[in-house]
Design a binder for this molecule. Structure first.
Ligand code: PGA
Length: 263
């Protein structure tokens, strides 16, 4: 039995390619969830691309079972202004977005987001009451050379800046850690269940040493088949799902795998 309500978070990335597909994905998902009791469902978040946030928000107006997350936000310390192409935490908050993914490996890799940049983004998110889904994970070569723990420790270090806000029971900021081995993202490969359990234990210990209490979800090739096994790992408090979240039946099965685990 999990201590906290689990999280099942969809990361749609730069998908779907058009609005019709967004609406069709949403309607099959909400239809499937229609008869589920909200009390036993996990915290479900969808993270559409910015351009689809408003329409997803509108489509979910009457559905309390699903919340909304963004995939990114502006790191500059501004609610508005001359930052072409950026979206501020304030704008997200105004739209009713409740969370934001920060530090995803694709942002680190393709958009050169480093610790300094991530600190600024986390700071903005917390200032506007957004839950931060903070992604960490090692590359294949780091995994093979047994550097996983040192890499994760280095990525977690930036949380020191937010220790006061995140300290147990302070309720000043909300954080979810997503452990996503880079080599497992979109590849169909995953660490073994034992490896995932041991990495989550390591992350948990790191957080404890900072006196931070945050759920730790796993991400990387989560699918309808492996979700149930993942849900049984003690310190796996949910999942962050890419590819499988674009198929309503698969995502629904993943939700179900974490559905009965509340206190
Ligand atoms: P995946 O992506 O489920 O397609 O592996 C996960 C992620 O990048 O968050």
């Amino acid at each position: 039995m999990k201590q906290t309500k689990p999280w099942v978070i969809a990361n749609w990335k730069m998908n779907p390619v058009n609005q019709a597909e967004v609406l069709s994905l949403l309607s099959s998902l909400t239809n499937q969830l229609a008869d589920d009791d909200i009390a036993i469902l996990p915290n479900i978040l969808l993270s559409p691309s910015f351009i689809h946030l408003t329409m997803v928000k509108d489509a979910l107006k009457t559905c309390e079972k699903i919340g909304l997350s963004a995939q990114n936000l502006c790191g500059e310390n501004a609610d508005k202004g001359a930052f072409t192409g950026e979206i501020s935490a304030s704008q997200l908050q105004d739209l009713g977005v409740e969370a934001v993914i920060i530090g995803h490996s694709e942002r680190r890799q393709y958009f050169a987001e480093d610790n300094a940049c991530l600190v600024k983004k986390i700071d903005n998110a917390f200032k506007h009451g957004l839950t931060v889904i903070f992604c960490i994970g090692e590359t294949k070569s780091q995994y093979e050379s047994q550097q996983t723990q040192s890499v994760l420790a280095e990525q977690l270090v930036i949380l020191q800046s937010f220790q006061q806000k995140l300290v147990k029971d302070s309720n000043q900021a909300k954080l979810v850690i997503a452990y996503e081995p880079v080599w497992a993202i979109g590849t169909g490969l995953t660490p073994t269940l034992d490896e995932i359990a041991s990495v989550h234990t390591f992350i948990h210990e790191q957080l404890q040493s900072l006196q931070i209490d945050a759920p730790i979800v796993y991400g990387g090739s989560v699918n309808a088949k492996n979700a149930s096994d993942l849900s049984k790992i003690e310190l796996v408090d949910g999942v962050l799902v890419g590819g499988a979240s674009l198929v309503a039946t698969d995502f629904y099965q993943i939700i179900q795998a974490f559905g009965g685990s509340t206190v």
